[in-house]
Design a protein around this ligand. Structure first.
Ligand code: ADP
Ligand code: MG
Length: 451
C-alpha cells in the first residue's frame, strides 16, 4: 500500500518518497489509519519493521508548527535509541520548515539542555529519567502535549523505568493520544497499556499469536544427565528451565551442569527468600541461561522469552506437564518442550503420545563431548534501592556517563527497596564494576559487587 492512500499532505508523501519510502511497511499500513484518527494503539512488530516512521508520520502530521509548544513526546529506553528516533523524525520532518525536534537524554549536559529548552521545541525525544528531571525542575512543560509515544516499551519496563514513566504521566494532559510500541507482548505490556491508554487498538504484524507455539519432543534415555547435555548442545536454547521432581535433584543437577561448564542455578524450597530472589533476578536478566527448578519453586515465575522447558523428570500429573511447558512459546515466539524418560517409565509416558508430539531416539542428538553454555550478562548488585530514592535513570546515567558504557551493553535493571540489580554484558563486567565503585550515583557512593 502506498503512502498516498493516506490522508497525508502532498509534501509529506513526496518527502517520504525522497527517503525511498514508497510502500508502507506492514506495521505502518496497519497502524497509520488508526494513528491518523488520533486513536491510541498498542503495536507489536519485530525490529526493523519501520515502527519509528509509523508513529513519526502520525505525530508530524498532527503537528501545528505555528504553535511553539511541545506537542509530542517520544520516550525511548536508551540514549542511542533516542538518537536513532530523533534522526528518523528529522528526515521525515523535512516536508515542512521550522519543525524543532529536541533530544533530552541522560549522559548529556543538563545545562545545555536547559538552554535548548528555553528556545522551545515541538517534539521531544528522550529517556524517561532525564525527561522527568526537566519536568521536576519545570524546565519542560508538557501541558500542550497531544501525543505521547513509548518506543520499545518492553525494554523500558525491563530497564526498570516504570516509576519514572508513572511520574512523567503526572505532568501530561489526560486528554492525549498514547502510542505504545513493543517487540514483545505479554501481561506486563497489557497491564501498562490498560493503565496509560484509552481503548487502545491492538496492532500486530506477527500472525498466529495468543496460542502458544510449542514443539514437544520426548526422548527415551538411560542416562539423563548425558542426554540433557546433548539436548542443550543440539538445540542451543538461549535459556531454559529444567524441571525436577525433588529439591535435592534440583540442587544436584545444577551442580552437575556447572561442573560440565554449563552455567546453571537451582531454585528450590530450601533457599532463603533473598537467595531465591538473587536466582530469579539472574535468570530473568540473562545472567544465567539455565534454571533448574521444582514445580513449587517455579510457581509464579514469569520469565519473558523462555526458549525451552525441559522435563528432566516426568511430572506426576498431565496438568503439571501443561503448566510447565506453557512457560515457553509465549508472545508469539516459538518454544520447545523436551521431556526425558527412562525405559521403566514407558507406560507412564504413553498418555502423552499424541499426534503433535514427537517421540525420538537420543541417537538423533549431537554428542559434542565439549559444550559450554555461558550467560550473556553478569549481574552487578548496588547496595542501594528505592529507599535511597535510586531510580533506573540514575543508575543508567552513572553507567553510561561516568562509567562510559553504551546503553546497549546494559540489560535489565531491577530495583528493590535496598538493592538494585543491573545486568551488564559479560565482557564488560570488570570495567563496569571498577568504574561504578568509584562513581557517585545521586551524589552518593554505594557498595557495588558482582553477583
Ligand atoms: P523498528 O523501529 O521497527 O525496529 P525502524 O523504524 O528503525 O524499525 O526502521 C527500520 C528501517 O526501515 C529504517 O532504516 C527506516 O529508515 C526504514 N523504513 C521505515 N519505513 C520504511 C518504508 N515505508 N519503506 C522503506 N524503508 C522504510
Ligand atoms: Mg524502533
Amino acid at each position: 500500500m502506498k503512502f498516498s492512500t493516506l490522508p497525508l499532505s502532498n509534501e509529506m508523501v513526496s518527502t517520504l518518497a525522497k527517503l525511498g519510502y514508497k510502500d508502507m511497511t506492514p506495521i505502518q499500513a496497519q497502524a497509520l489509519p488508526f494513528i491518523l484518527k488520533n486513536q491510541d494503539i498498542l503495536a507489536q512488530a519485530k525490529t526493523g519493521s519501520g515502527k519509528t516512521a509509523a508513529f513519526g508520520i502520525g505525530l508530524l502530521h498532527n503537528l501545528d508548527v505555528k504553535k511553539f509548544r511541545v506537542q509530542s513526546l517520544v520516550l525511548c529506553p536508551t540514549r542511542e535509541l533516542a538518537n536513532q528516533v530523533a534522526k528518523e523524525l528529522r528526515s521525515i520532518a523535512k516536508f515542512q520548515h521550522n519543525i524543532k525536534i529536541l533530544m533530552l537524554t541522560g549522559g548529556e549536559s543538563f545545562g545545555k539542555q536547559l538552554g535548548s529548552l528555553a528556545h522551545q521545541a515541538h517534539i521531544i525525544v528522550g529517556t524517561p529519567g532525564r525527561v522527568l528531571k526537566h519536568l521536576n525542575k519545570e524546565s519542560l512543560n508538557l501541558s500542550n502535549l497531544n501525543t505521547l509515544v513509548f518506543d520499545e516499551a518492553d525494554r523500558m519496563l525491563d530497564m526498570g523505568f516504570i516509576e519514572e514513566i508513572e511520574a512523567v504521566l503526572e505532568y501530561v494532559p489526560k486528554e492525549r493520544q498514547t502510542l505504545l510500541f513493543s517487540a514483545t507482548y505479554d501481561d506486563t505490556i497489557l497491564d501498562i497499556s490498560k493503565k496509560i491508554q484509552n481503548n487502545a487498538v491492538f496492532v500486530r504484524t506477527t500472525q498466529s499469536e495468543v496460542a502458544n507455539e510449542i514443539q514437544e519432543k520426548f526422548y527415551a534415555t538411560s542416562n539423563k544427565v548425558d542426554t540433557l547435555v546433548n539436548v542443550l548442545a543440539t538445540y542451543r536454547p538461549k535459556n531454559a528451565i529444567i524441571f525436577t521432581n525433588t529439591k535435592l535433584q534440583a540442587k544436584e543437577l545444577a551442580q552437575d551442569l556447572v561442573e560440565k561448564k554449563i552455567d546453571a542455578l537451582a531454585i528450590h524450597g530450601d533457599l532463603e527468600q533473598y537467595e531465591r530472589n538473587d536466582v530469579i533476578v539472574q535468570f530473568a536478566n540473562a545472567s544465567t541461561p539455565i534454571l533448574v527448578a521444582t514445580d513449587v519453586a517455579a510457581r509464579g515465575l514469569d520469565i519473558k522469552e523462555l526458549s525451552m522447558v525441559i522435563n528432566y523428570d516426568l511430572p506426576h500429573a498431565q496438568e503439571t506437564y501443561t503448566h510447565r511447558i506453557g512457560r515457553t512459546g509465549r508472545a508469539g515466539a516459538k518454544g520447545m518442550a523436551i521431556t526425558l524418560y527412562e525405559s521403566y517409565e514407558e507406560e507412564k509416558v504413553e498418555q502423552y503420545n499424541t499426534q503433535d508430539r514427537e517421540f525420538l531416539d537420543t541417537s538423533s542428538l549431537s554428542k559434542t563431548g565439549v559444550f559450554e553454555l555461558k550467560p550473556e550478562y553478569v549481574t552487578l548488585v548496588i547496595e542501594g534501592g528505592k529507599k535511597d530514592k535510586l531510580r533506573a535513570g540514575d543508575i543508567l546515567g552513572a553507567l553510561t556517563g561516568d562509567a562510559g558504557l553504551a546503553g546497549k551493553s546494559i540489560g535489565k535493571i531491577d530495583i528493590y527497596d535496598r538493592q538494585a540489580y543491573v545486568a551488564i554484558e559479560r565482557d564488560l563486567i570488570d570495567d563496569a564494576h571498577k568504574q561504578l565503585k568509584n562513581t557517585k550515583i545521586k551524589n552518593k557512593k554505594f557498595t557495588v559487587w558482582v553477583l
